[in-house]
Design a protein around this ligand. Sequence first.
Ligand code: PLP
Length: 399
Amino acid sequence: MSNRKARRSATADAALATRLCHSPYQAPQGFASFAPATERASTVLFENCAQMRATTWQDKSTYTYGLHGTPTTFTLEARLCEIEGAKHCLLAPSGLAAIALINFALLKSGDDLLIPDNVYSPNRDIARWLAREHGISVRVYAPGIGAGIAALIQDNTRLIWTEAPGSITMEIPDLPAICAAAQARGVPVALDNTWSAGIAYDGFKHGADIIMQALTKYQAGASDLLMGAVLTRDAKLAQKLDICHMRLGYGVGADDAYLILRNLPHLKLRFEAQDRAARELAAWLQTRPEVAQVLHPALPESPDHALWRRDFSGAASLFSLIFQPHYSSAQIDAVADALEYFGIGFSWGGAHSLCMPYDIKQMRDAWPHAGCLLRLYVGLEEVADLRADLERAFALALR
Ligand SMILES: *Cc1c(COP(=O)(O)O)cnc(C)c1O
C-alpha cells in the first residue's frame, strides 16, 4: 500500500462549489502522441508530508514547485542539452535574462569582467551597469584578440564573455585560443551561441564553459515568444547558476516551452534551408555596386572566413551589409523603408525576413568601416523574391 495522502473526489451529493474543485473524472490511461504534454503548475502536489520534507528544489528527478520545473520545462531543458552537448540547462524568460543570470551567478563586487567590443549590446549595457553601480570592473577587448586575451586576465577576473560571431558585425572569435588562456587562469568563458542555434557551432568542443542561447530566435522559429537558456557541462558552475536562477525567480510558461518543443524537430531543416538562401543572397549582394562589403562569415570575401571554415559546420541566415560610404544613413533608412518583404524589427529566427539599420560607431569602441550598416535576416521566403525586393529597394532609395 502506498502511503499517498487520500484525495477525496466529490460525490454527486456534495455541494456544487466542492464538485467544481474536486471532480471525480479521470481521463482514461493509455494516451500516446508525439506532442509532449503541456503540464502547468504553480502548486505541485506532494504525496504526503514526508515526501514534501524529503524533496529539495535542486533535485530534478522530482517536482517541488512550478517555478523549479514541470515535465514540460524539464523536457525542453533535456532537448536543448542534446542539441548543445550539455549536461545542465536552465530556462530563462528571455535571452537577455539568460545573460543576466550568468553575470549575476558569477560576479560580485571587486570582480573583473571581460567583454568583446562586438558583444550583444544589452549585454554591454548590463556590464556598464555592473561597473557603475555594483563595483565590478569591466574591460572591453577587441573581438580578434585570440590568445592575446592572456595579457588581460587579472587575478580578480571571474568571467570572459564571447559571442560567435559577434552581434550584427559578424566577427568570429578564436574561441579555442581564448578558452585555452582562460582555462590556464581558471576563468570561465561564457559563449553567446545564438547565431548558430547550437547546431552549426559546437561551443563546448571549442572550449566554452557556459553557453547561452536566445531561444527567441531559431528555436522558437515564429517571432512569437521570448525565452533563453543557459547550458553547461560543469557540475560546479551548474550549481552556482541554479542557485542564482532560483533566487532571481526565473520561470517560463508551459505554453511557451511547448511551442519551442513543437518547433525543434524541424530546427535543423529550417536552419540549413535558410543558410543556403542567405548565402545565395549574400553572394549576390557582394557583387552589387552599392555594397562595399558583405559581413557574412561563410563568404570567402568576408572577414574571419578562415576561422568560420575551421570551426563552423554552417551559418545562420543573419548577416550585415556595409554600404558605400557616400550613402547617408537617411538613404539606408530609405532602403529599409522601401523593402516590402523584409520587415523592420528587432530579433530574428522566424519565418519572415527582416532588416535593421544599426549605427555601429555609436555602439563600439572601434569600428573600421565608414559606410552605413544594414543587418538582414533571411526567413523562409523564396530567394528570387527577396533578391527582387532588394534590387527594387536599392533602385528606389539609392538613385
Ligand atoms: C536576441 C539575442 C539575445 C537576446 O535574446 P532576447 O530573447 O531577445 O532577450 C542575445 N544575444 C543575441 C546574439 C541575440 O541575437
